[in-house]
Design a protein around this ligand. Sequence first.
Ligand code: NI
Length: 162
Amino acid sequence: MAILPVRALPDPALRQKAKRVRAIDSSIQRLIEDMRETMHAVPGRVGLAAPQVGTLLRVIVIGLPEEEDIVLINPEIVRRSGERSVTEGCLSVPGYYGEIKRAESVTAKGRDPKGKEIRIKANELLAQALEHEIDHLNGVLYIDHLENQDKLYKIEDETTQF
Ligand code: NI
């Protein structure tokens, strides 16, 4: 396992659409393990998408406090409902956090590292993390959801980073 460098803006990898994973082989398993280690290397990081470590494949990991890590391959949001304001930061947009709108709850589907199809119904922090990480696979960052630049703030204390 290895801790990978996390790409930050203006790295072009963050703005590209990632490709679907065709076969969950040993290189994908290694990527997943490295992404989990990279995510947990700094407290407050709760998610990571493969493009953030420079791999343009549709793989995300989510590690909420006190919960088992969630790994999703080729994930998609299949249902969104409600709307709420959240504060959000991203490892790839260092030094800032913003106030944006996210869904109240989402349903996501994808495959686990064994290739089994899974569906997750989520709200609160997990719903936010799923939307944030799946956005990364489409080259979208939370700053794209800002209503205006006044909703972007400099980080002064510890903020949850996705
Ligand atoms: Ni992010």
